[in-house]
Design a protein around this ligand. Structure first.
Ligand code: ZN
Length: 410
């Protein structure tokens, strides 16, 4: 299956969040999934049947809402000769709005990847699971660190490092009293170590066998214990087969997971996380230059350079959570754009600077989408940066989440 590009993925995710947030008072929200090969006439016939069934709904308001949702879908279907190549999904119904009111919402979605299911569902929320599965991260690697004291198990999903489990052992140290009792003591230690490795092997195998997208496993830890563990078949053979590489790390705790991923990213250049680290490295190298730096940051500076076509790579934090709002005065036609966060939208100053009249919000765009669109129009490469790494955190907090690498200096 082909993969979505980063910006498509981001936009699609936002849309799904909006759809998921809709709640019906009763079971009156309709989700309809149509596969690419289904005839529109079949779907219409199906809906007519649902329509007559729904006339039996006891509650008058619910009945009215369900019927009008089905009518709405039927009328929209008329515009399609056949479903688009990836299929078609409708989400239509009355969602709860302020002060006990309800509001009709309607989303028509063409899935970004082929979706081969036919499904009709009427519920108090929209059914988005099949679409969410399209967004599931496919680049998944298992991680674990092991020595005789600790074992940390994690997952690398795309650019995100996840801590899954952390086990600690009670295997005693190797110091003893010498003589007869020393040998007995050592045997006990080896027995305890064996039990510890069995326990770790079982837990690691259990976790990784349940991960359907697992592409491989990376192993870390200080010293030779990890190699002994791997050579002694403590892992389930299916899991053992997936071990790709072993690295020396200083830690076996959560810090070790990040250490391990850094080592992996340096060695394997095709991973998403390697790509992100490389770009951020390039940005940091430029930013520290005292002379002729090609790095810029801050929304205003970047927007300005972007409009001139001077930006080669645009770096945007996935966690910006800001909007670009366009305000327009109804009386004199004056308009202006502003960048705000969710809270600021509510209390926007809407008095017109020119005539003192009232301005209205003409449109509201997610800042990531707005800047990405601008960049694409000018051949600028867009990189969405997660906040899962230290570099990504720095982009958001130190550089305001918007930065760029220039083609030429301004
Ligand atoms: Zn005005």
């Amino acid at each position: 299956m082909e993969e979505l590009d980063e910006v498509q993925r981001y936009e699609f995710k936002k849309k799904l969040e909006e759809i998921k947030a809709c709640k019906g008072k009763h079971t009156e929200l309709i989700s309809l999934y149509i596969p690419p090969d289904r005839q529109i006439s079949d779907v219409s016939a199906y809906l007519r049947n649902e329509y007559s069934q729904s006339m039996n709904i006891k509650s008058k308001t619910t009945r009215k809402n369900v019927l009008s949702a089905i009518e709405s879908i039927m009328s929209k279907l008329k515009y399609f000769k056949k479903p688009p190549k990836n299929g078609l999904v409708f989400f239509v119904g009355h969602k709860e709005a302020e002060a006990g009111q309800s509001e009709m919402v309607s989303f028509v979605i063409e899935p970004p990847l082929p979706l081969n299911i036919f499904l009709y569902r009427c519920d108090s929320s929209f059914y988005t699971k099949p679409l969410e599965e399209l967004l599931e991260e496919k680049e998944v690697y298992g991680l674990f660190l092991i020595d005789r004291r600790e074992c940390t198990i994690g997952m690398l999903r795309g650019k995100r490092i996840e801590l899954i489990d952390h086990l600690t052992s009670r295997v005693p140290g190797k110091h003893g009293r010498g003589g007869q009792s020393q040998r007995r003591f050592e045997r006990l230690i080896e027995l305890a170590a064996h039990e510890w490795f069995v326990k770790c092997g079982e837990r690691i195998s259990e976790i990784f066998m349940n991960e359907k997208n697992l592409k491989g496993i990376f192993v870390g830890g200080p010293g030779p214990t990890k190699l002994y563990f791997l050579e002694s078949s403590y892992l389930h053979h299916e899991v053992q087969k997936k071990v790709l590489d072993v690295f020396d790390t200083g830690y076996t705790d959560e810090t070790g997971l990040r250490e391990l991923v850094n080592l992996v990213a340096k060695k394997l250049e095709n991973l998403k996380i390697s790509h992100e680290k490389k770009i951020m490295d390039k940005f940091f190298k430029e930013i520290v230059k005292k002379k002729d730096s090609m790095a810029i940051y801050g929304e205003e500076e970047v927007r300005n350079a972007l409009e001139k076509g001077a930006v080669q790579t645009l770096l945007l934090s996935e966690d910006l959570k800001k909007y670009r709002v366009k305000l327009r005065c109804n009386q004199c036609g004056y308009n202006e754009e502003r960048t705000v966060d969710e809270k600021e939208i509510e209390k926007l100053e809407k008095q017109c600077k020119k005539c003192g009249g009232a301005m209205v919000i003409e449109n509201k765009l997610d800042l990531v989408e707005e800047l990405s669109k601008k960049a694409k129009e000018r051949g600028t490469k867009v990189e969405l940066i997660s906040t899962d790494s230290e570099e990504g955190q720095a982009l958001l907090t130190t550089f305001g989440g918007v930065a760029g690498i220039l083609r030429y200096r301004l």
